[in-house]
Design a binder for this molecule. Structure first.
Ligand SMILES: [Zn+2]
Length: 206
């Protein structure tokens, strides 16, 4: 549908428009500015290559703020740049604030900044679906099964050596899109099983 419609507005024009909006805005507190470092998941200097929601360097799409079907126009002011997955998650509503509210609400904090938007979302899914956080699941297992510190150290070593091989064996991506949230959720669940299995094995070995 909207995919086949030719968008005339360029990525550069969209970036330029929002950049000028920010520069012209003298009234707002710096912290309320759209792309102050405190408010987005990427540096504004990377605005042409990073998704404005998740902050990852992925193929970008021009995403309508107000959808074409609701009267949204083909002008820089009506677009943000999002990756394919975030584009699918973004609000499709007749409100020019909803998009920026959504993007701002997804600003990563603390440890989430290290693991990234998609892994943070996958961890939330893990908690919702299993009723317990990933960390608690592992920690409770260690307590319940009386797993020794030595076995935990052996596991840490095992993880260091296996690296990302696990990802390559089990997980794939759509072209240019990176691992999506469901793929990362599967990875977490699978990792949890492997961790439990290995901890049990290392604990018995002693
Ligand atoms: Zn994204």
């Amino acid at each position: 549908m909207s995919k086949s419609r030719q968008i005339k507005t360029s990525i550069k024009a969209i970036v330029k428009y929002w950049e000028e909006q920010d520069l012209n805005d003298q009234t707002e507190n710096i912290k309320d500015r759209l792309w102050d470092e405190c408010n987005l998941n990427f540096d504004w200097s990377d605005a042409e290559i990073c998704c404005w929601n998740c902050g990852e360097k992925l193929r970008l799409q021009r995403c309508h703020i107000i959808p074409h079907s609701l009267g949204g126009v083909d002008k820089p002011s009506n677009y943000v740049l999002l990756c394919n997955e975030c584009h699918r998650e973004a609000p499709n509503v007749n409100s020019s604030d909803a998009m920026w509210d959504w993007i701002r609400s997804n600003k990563l904090q603390g440890v989430e900044q290290l693991i990234g938007y998609r892994m943070a979302q996958a961890l939330k899914l893990f908690q919702i679906r299993s009723g317990k956080s990933y960390t608690d699941t592992i920690n409770d297992f260690i307590k319940e099964k009386n797993i020794s510190n030595d076995a935990v150290n052996k596991l840490t070593e095992f993880i260091k050596q296996s690296g990302t091989a696990f990802f390559d064996n089990y997980c794939s991506t759509h072209w240019g899109d990176g691992f999506n949230i469901e793929t990362r959720y599967f990875f977490l669940k699978k990792t949890c099983d492997v961790v439990k299995e290995k901890l049990t094995e290392f604990n018995i070995e002693e």
